[in-house]
Design a protein around this ligand. Structure first.
Ligand code: UDX
Ligand code: UDX
Ligand code: ADP
Length: 472
């Protein structure tokens, strides 16, 4: 029987960092070493200011760091010591070559796998943790087997991470399920059992699901695609609501009360963002195309297309409401992260919106409580366009409070649902007093009480609601 005593996690990002920190927190008898090639990132993990913001993460890391939780760039030593290795490296969408814009770039997975093969001096369980296309484990196995000698054996598991950013620690402490896929061979099943035993230190046994390798890989893509599909469904309905006078909150509530549907993930928005949804849908589309299933590819592609449409629709609404031009107008954008309680901006709707505002020659004043200023400049700059950074610097100001961003603005746009932007948390009267009139307010997150704001004098547009509904 294999008993895991020493874990190495390759990749100290949003997935590997919190996941393995929680394993260390829950399993004091296991030594956990998280490695990364990026020295600055590792230094941050070893400092008082962690490289990612997650509620509850500091408590977990500060409690175990230096005891059974270590962060280092000495990748090889950690690989050699470990019985089990999580591969949690980044898998962005390919930018060039075959499948560009669709397929996942597996160069980092391949790099990490080759490194494991090269330096391992004893048998290992290698766990695919990054979100990857179905059948990536097969490629990892080929690389590892081509490099394994008689004495060293590698078992590959798929153990996709289902945590959501902003609630990572909560999700890891109390997961709906832990999924572990393995080849159904005696060795594969033994490895699967060994990893299951790590999780059952704190996760009830009936929540640990074991499947074959391919089911596990596909389930991750499927879960994210179906979650995103619900958002695109409610967002498609939000357009119908705005055109008819139905209220998207009421529709979502009425539908969600059907226990077959459930109430979660029915919040209309300016569009989903984050590192997973878009990437995983595009992976699924690419996979379907590769498997010669064009109708299936087209079906999932529509979830992505609708999301792009939702962002553009919101921008168009803003421009048409501001008398068809925002040139030289000041637009205050509240929120830049892809959701609240995170500083992560990957695929955030804010990026698309603000690029469009800049294109229209507006001046954009941005405030987000957690996103680093440099990150905002990087996200808005087009690397292939000369002078793009300078143009961005001229077109935006990054503010240190919502009040500063909204001062002298023609319109305020809520893009991220941070609690501090709610009606009872911000003094909207003060914001109104300091704005140009008419003072327009666009809520892309169903965060605000339109009636209250209209009483102050704002012209309010809320996604999925028709301004005139109920007044006729
Ligand atoms: C449906 C709605 O469920 C009900 O709320 C509404 O009032 C009327 O339409 P009904 O058509 O009677 O009810 O049956 P339902 O159980 O929803 O099944 C519809 C079809 O979907 C059936 O052919 C069923 O076999 C199929 N189905 C249902 C599946 O293929 N898979 C499922 O998981 C569920
Ligand atoms: C997602 C999955 O939830 C998680 O299980 C997986 O492991 C990684 O991808 P994450 O991207 O961190 O997690 O956040 P999530 O809460 O799913 O939100 C994704 C996007 O959808 C955000 O932009 C969010 O604002 C948006 N969203 C979510 C909506 O617009 N409406 C909703 O009802 C829910
Ligand atoms: P995710 O959201 O999937 O966790 P991140 O980009 O936040 O993605 O983190 C992935 C991390 O993996 C990065 O910090 C990157 O430096 C690291 N990484 C990529 N390839 C390797 C490798 N071969 N060895 C060690 N770390 C790696």
């Amino acid at each position: 029987m294999v008993v895991v005593k020493n874990i190495c996690c390759v990749g100290a990002g949003y997935v590997g960092g919190p996941t393995c920190a929680v394993i260390a927190y829950k399993c004091h008898h296991i030594k956990v070493t998280i490695v990364d090639l990026n020295q600055a990132r590792i230094d941050a993990w070893n400092s008082d200011k962690l490289p990612i913001y997650e509620p509850g993460l500091e408590e977990v890391v500060f409690d175990r760091r230096g005891k059974n939780l270590f962060f280092t760039t000495d990748v090889d030593a950690a690989i050699q010591e470990a019985d089990l290795i999580f591969v949690s490296v980044n898998t962005p969408t390919k930018k060039a070559g075959l499948g560009a814009g669709m397929a996942a770039d597996l160069a980092y997975i391949e790099g990490a796998t080759r490194r494991i093969a090269e330096v391992a001096t004893s048998s290992k369980i290698v766990v695919e943790k990054s979100t990857v296309p179905c059948r990536t484990a097969e490629s990892m196995r080929t690389i590892l087997e081509a490099n394994s000698t008689g004495e060293i054996h590698f078992d590959i598991l798929s153990n996709p991470e289902f945590l959501a950013e902003g609630t990572a620690i909560k999700d890891l402490f109390n997961p709906d399920r832990v999924l572990i896929g393995a080849l159904q061979t005696p060795e594969g099943i033994a490895a699967q059992t060994a990893l299951a035993e790590v999780y059952t230190n704190w996760v009830p046994e009936d929540r640990v699901i074991t499947t074959n390798l391919w089911s596990s890989e596909l389930s991750k893509l499927a879960a994210n695609a179906m979650l995103a599909q619900r958002i695109s469904s409610i967002n498609a309905l939000s357009a119908i609501c705005e055109a008819t006078g139905a209220d998207v909150d009421e529709v979502a509530y009425a539908c969600g009360r059907d226990t077959r549907l459930g109430s979660k993930f029915l919040k209309a928005s300016v569009g989903f963002g984050g590192s997973c949804f878009q990437k995983d849908i595009l992976n699924l589309v690419y996979l379907s195309t590769q498997l010669n299933l064009p109708e299936v590819a087209e079906y999932w592609k529509q979830v992505y297309t609708l999301n792009e449409y939702q962002k553009k629709r919101f921008v168009k609404k803003i421009i048409s409401t501001l008398f068809n031009t925002i040139t030289n107008k000041r637009i205050a954008v509240l929120g830049f992260a892809f959701k609240k309680d995170t500083g992560d901006t990957r695929e955030s709707a804010a990026i698309t919106l603000i690029k469009d505002f800049i294109q229209e020659q507006a001046h954009v004043a941005i405030y987000d409580p957690k996103v680093e200023h440099e990150q905002i400049y990087m996200d808005l700059t087009e690397p292939t366009v000369a002078d793009s950074r300078k143009q961005v610097e001229k077109s935006i100001s990054i503010c240190s409070s919502a009040y500063e961003a909204c001062k002298d603005a023609d319109a305020v746009v809520i893009v991220t649902e941070w609690d501090e932007f709610k009606s009872d948390a911000l003094d909207y009267q003060k914001i109104y007093d300091n704005m140009h009139k008419p003072a327009f307010l666009f809520d892309g997150r169903l965060l605000l009480d339109a009636a209250e704001l209209r009483k102050i004098g704002f012209k309010v547009h809320i996604i999925g609601k028709n301004e005139l509904a109920g007044t006729a």
